[in-house]
Design a binder for this molecule. Structure first.
Ligand code: ADP
Ligand code: ZN
Ligand code: ZN
Length: 695
C-alpha cells in the first residue's frame, strides 16, 4: 500500500505555492528525511514534512500523485523542532516552507544522490580524528580561565539560577548589556562551558564573517579538543556541507556562524548566544528577509533553551522588551580591569575659519592630536562612511556631474584605478579626460571618500604609515586578514576606513579614534539612522583604549557641525540609556517601532508607473478588507535610490498597532499579490519585507 506524504520542495516563488506538496511512497518515510522528488520535468531535493496534508491537496486523487524517487536515508532526519522553526520563519516572513527549508540547507546537500551522500559521510567519518589532531597534538595545556569579575560573577549566578538549569518552560531571553571590553564574551564562554558539560550543543552567532575567526580563536583556545565548526557564506560549498553535517550529526559541539547559522541543524542544542545583537547584518536582505536575531529568540523558546543577546548598544526593540520585562536585562557596567572608556571630544566644525573653495576633512586640532599619537608611537583610527576618492566628479563650467546612466545616483570617483564606479549597479568607466558635455579639461572631485582621506593624511603627516581598509582594499580573499595583522603588529600608524574597521576588532594599540563627518545620519529620512549612528560611534569608541593603561589617554573625536545635538550629548557621557530613553519617546509619539509593526511592499519595474500601478492596486484591494481597519497603508513612494540598473523601485509602507493584525493582513494579501503580479505584466519583481530595517 502506498502512502501519502507531504514534501517541502523549493517551488518557484511566482507559483504562489506555500505549502509542501503531496507525494506517494511505497514505504513509510520519517518526517524530516531528505528525499528526491519529481516536479514538472525536474528532479529536486525535498524534505518530508511533518503533519497532515492541506485540505485542498488532500482532495487530490491519489492517482494524480507522483512517487518519491529516492530517500537519502544515510542522513538522520531533521528534527521536528527544526521543521517548526522553518515553518515559523516561512509563515512570519511570508515565503513558502519549501523555499525557506531548502534555501537554508548547504547548497551541495540539495544536489547529492543517496550514493554520493553515503560517500560524503564516509569521508566525514575519518575527519573527527584529524580535527582532534589539529586542535591538540597532545591536549595542549589550557590557559586558566580568568577569575570572574564581581559583575561577571553576578551575571553568571543569575544566569545559572534562571537559565542554565533545564526546565519545562522556556527561560526568558537574556539581554546582556555592557560596553566593549566589559567581559561579555567571557560570559558567553562560561555559559557555553556549562551547556557543553551537560552534553549540549552551543550556537554562537556573530554579525560578520570577518568577526568569526576572532571569536573562533577565543573559543578554540578555551575549549581545545571540543569539536567546533563555523558556518558562513565565505566557506567553500564543500566546507559548508562538511561543517553542516558535523553539526547535524552532533559531532560538532560548538557552532559559530553568521545569520544563516541560525538554521543550523543542532539536535542537542543547549544554548544560543547572539553577539552584537543590534547589528543590521542579522537581517537577510533578499529572499526570505528574516532577522536571525529574532529567529534565535524564537528558536530558543521552541527548544526551551537559554538565549543570550549581547550588546553595548542594544536594538531599541530588545531594549524595550527588557524595559517591559519580557527579556531579562543583565548588565556588565564597567570595563574589565576598570579601564575607562575613551574621552569623547566633539569638535565644532563651525569654529573653523571658512575659506572659499577649500574644504577641510581634517581640522587642525584633530591633525595635531594625530601627530601627537604618531610621536608617542601609538595608533589612530580614522573613519568615514564613504569609500572611493570622491562621491561625485563635477564640471564647474557646465554643471555636468558623474551620474550613473542606469541609476538615480552618482558614480563615485576612484582615483587608484581612475574609474567612475556606480556603487549600486557596478557600472564602471575610465574617468573622462574632459567634461563629456562641454569639453572643459578641468573636471574636479566634489566631496571626499576614504581614498582621498588616506591621501590627505599621508600629505599632512609625512612619515606616518597610513593604511586603508574598506570594501575596495579587501576585495581579494585574505587581504582583510593580512591588513588587520599588520595593524596588530604595529606596522601601521594610522588606519583609515569605512565603518568596517569599527567592528569588533580588538586593536590593542589604538588610543585615538576619529569620526570625520557622521552628521548626515542625524537628518536622514530613515528613522533608524540615529540608532545606527549611536551604535557605530559607541562601537568605534570601544576600539580605543582596550588596554587599561592606555585607556586614560584615549580619545574619540567627532567632527561635527551640530555639537549640541542630543545624540552627541549622550555620546559625550557614553550614555546609551539616556539615548535610548529619548529615542523611545520619539518613536512612541511618532507611532514607530517598537510601538508599531511595519511591513514594506516593494515593487520594481522598467517604469515608475508600472510599479506604482501594482502597488496602488494592491493597496485598494487590502483597504477594502475589514482586517485592514486598524492598519495604515501609506501611499507608494520611490525608494531612496529610486532607479538601480534601469529598474524603478517603489515601496509602500504598512503600519500596524499589533504584530498579529499585520500578520493576518499579510496572510490574506499574499495570494492576491501573486495574482496581481500576473495581471501587471510590466512589473518585474515584488517582495514583502516584514520588520524592515530601513524604510
Ligand atoms: P566584551 O565581549 O564585552 O568586549 P571581553 O569578554 O572580550 O569583553 O573582555 C574584554 C577583555 O578582558 C578580554 O581581553 C578578556 O580576555 C578580558 N577578560 C574578560 N573577563 C575577564 C576577567 N574576569 N578577568 C580578566 N580578564 C578578563
Ligand atoms: Zn562641462
Ligand atoms: Zn548604476
Amino acid at each position: 500500500m502506498s502512502q501519502r506524504l507531504r514534501v517541502a520542495v523549493e517551488a518557484p516563488q511566482h507559483s504562489g505555492l506555500s505549502a509542501p506538496l503531496d507525494y506517494l511512497s511505497e514505504q513509510p518515510i520519517a518526517p524530516g528525511s531528505l528525499v528526491r522528488v519529481p516536479l514538472g520535468r525536474r528532479e529536486l531535493a525535498g524534505i518530508v514534512w511533518p503533519g497532515p496534508s492541506e485540505e485542498g491537496a488532500a482532495a487530490l486523487d491519489e492517482a494524480q500523485l507522483r512517487p518519491v524517487l529516492a530517500v537519502l536515508d544515510a542522513l538522520p532526519p531533521l528534527s521536528k523542532r527544526w521543521c517548526e522553526l522553518v515553518e515559523f520563519a516561512a509563515s512570519y516572513y511570508q515565503r513558502s516552507i519549501g523555499e525557506v527549508a531548502l534555501s537554508v540547507l548547504p547548497p551541495q546537500l540539495r544536489e547529492l544522490s543517496p550514493e554520493q551522500l553515503q560517500a560524503r559521510l564516509k569521508k566525514l567519518d575519518k575527519k573527527p580524528k584529524k580535527l582532534q589532531a589539529e586542535a591538540s597534538p597532545e591536549p595542549a595545556p589550557r590557559p586558566e580561565p580568568p577569575t570572574l569579575s564581581p559583575d561577571q560573577a553576578l551575571v553568571l549566578a543569575r544566569l545559572d539560577e534562571l537559565l542554565l538549569t533545564p526546565g519545562d518552560t522556556a527561560p526568558p531571553p537574556v539581554l546582556l548589556y555592557g560596553v566593549t571590553g566589559s567581559g561579555k564574551t567571557e560570559v558567553y564562554l562560561r555559559a557555553a562551558e556549562h551547556a557543553l558539560s551537560q552534553g549540549r550543543q552551543v550556537l554562537v552567532l556573530v554579525p560578520e564573517i570577518n568577526l568569526t575567526p576572532q571569536l573562533e580563536a577565543r573559543f578554540a583556545e578555551r575549549f581545545a579538543g571540543t569539536p567546533m565548526v563555523s558556518l558562513h557564506s565565505a566557506l567553500t560549498p564543500a566546507q559548508r556541507l562538511g561543517n553542516w553535517l558535523q553539526a547535524h550529526l552532533g559531532r560538532a559541539r560548538l557552532v559559530l556562524g553568521t545569520r544563516l547559522a541560525v538554521f543550523a541543524s543542532l539536535p542537542e542544542l543547549g544554548l544560543i548566544a547572539v553577539d552584537e545583537e543590534h547589528d543590521p547584518s542579522y537581517k537577510q536582505q533578499d529572499g526570505a528577509r528574516y532577522s536571525a536575531r529574532d529567529l534565535a529568540v524564537y528558536r530558543a523558546r521552541l527548544e526551551k533553551v537559554p538565549v543570550i543577546l549581547g550588546s553595548a548598544t542594544p536594538s531599541l526593540e530588545s531594549w524595550q522588551h527588557a524595559n517591559t520585562g519580557r527579556y531579562l536585562r543583565l548588565a556588565l557596567p564597567g570595563r574589565i580591569g576598570g579601564g575607562a572608556l575613551p574621552r569623547v571630544r566633539l569638535f565644532d566644525m563651525n569654529t573653523l575659519p571658512r575659506r572659499k573653495g577649500v574644504s577641510t576633512a581634517l581640522s587642525p586640532p584633530l591633525l595635531a592630536a594625530l601627530r601627537q599619537r604618531l610621536e608617542a608611537g601609538e595608533q589612530s583610527l580614522v573613519f568615514l562612511n564613504r569609500r572611493g576618492y570622491a562621491p561625485v566628479l563635477h564640471c564647474a563650467e557646465c554643471g555636468w556631474k558623474s551620474e550613473c546612466p542606469h541609476c538615480s545616483a552618482y558614480r563615485v570617483f576612484h582615483k587608484a584605478d581612475r574609474t567612475l564606479r556606480c556603487h549600486h549597479c557596478g557600472f564602471s568607466q575610465r574617468v573622462p579626460h574632459e567634461c563629456p558635455d562641454c569639453g572643459n579639461q578641468d573636471v574636479a572631485p566634489l566631496g571626499r571618500g576614504t581614498e582621498q582621506l588616506e591621501e590627505q593624511l599621508a600629505a599632512a603627516l609625512p612619515g606616518a604609515r597610513v593604511a586603508r581598509i574598506d570594501a575596495d582594499t579587501t576585495r581579494l580573499k585574505g587581504t582583510l586578514e593580512s591588513q588587520l595583522q599588520a595593524v596588530h603588529e604595529g606596522e601601521v600608524d594610522i588606519l583609515v576606513g569605512t565603518q568596517m574597521v569599527t567592528k569588533g576588532h580588538d586593536f590593542r594599540r589604538i588610543t585615538l579614534v576619529a569620526a570625520i563627518n557622521p552628521d548626515s545620519a542625524l537628518f536622514s529620512s530613515d528613522f533608524r539612522a540615529p540608532e545606527r549612528l549611536f551604535a557605530l560611534l559607541m562601537q568605534a569608541a570601544g576600539r580605543a583604549g582596550r588596554d587599561a593603561e592606555q585607556a586614560a589617554r584615549s580619545e574619540m573625536w567627532v567632527q561635527t557641525w551640530h555639537p549640541e545635538h542630543a545624540l552627541y550629548r549622550a555620546l559625550l557621557q557614553h550614555d546609551f540609556e539616556a539615548f535610548a530613553r529619548s529615542q523611545l519617546a520619539e518613536r512612541e509619539s511618532a507611532g514607530l517601532p517598537p510601538y508599531s509593526h511595519l511591513a514594506l511592499l516593494r515593487a520594481e519595474a522598467r517604469t515608475a508607473e508600472a510599479a506604482q500601478a501594482f502597488l496602488s492596486a494592491a493597496a485598494r484591494w487590502a483597504q477594502a478588507l475589514p482586517e485592514a481597519r486598524d492598519l495604515m497603508i501609506y501611499p507608494p513612494v520611490p525608494m531612496s535610490v529610486a532607479r538601480v540598473a534601469n529598474m524603478e523601485r517603489l515601496q509602500m509602507l504598512v503600519e500596524s498597532p499589533t504584530r498579529g493584525a499585520l500578520q493576518r493582513l499579510l496572510w490574506l494579501w499574499m495570494p492576491e499579490l501573486h495574482a496581481l503580479k500576473r495581471e501587471h505584466r510590466g512589473l518585474q519583481r515584488w517582495a514583502v519585507d516584514v520588520d524592515p530595517l530601513a524604510i
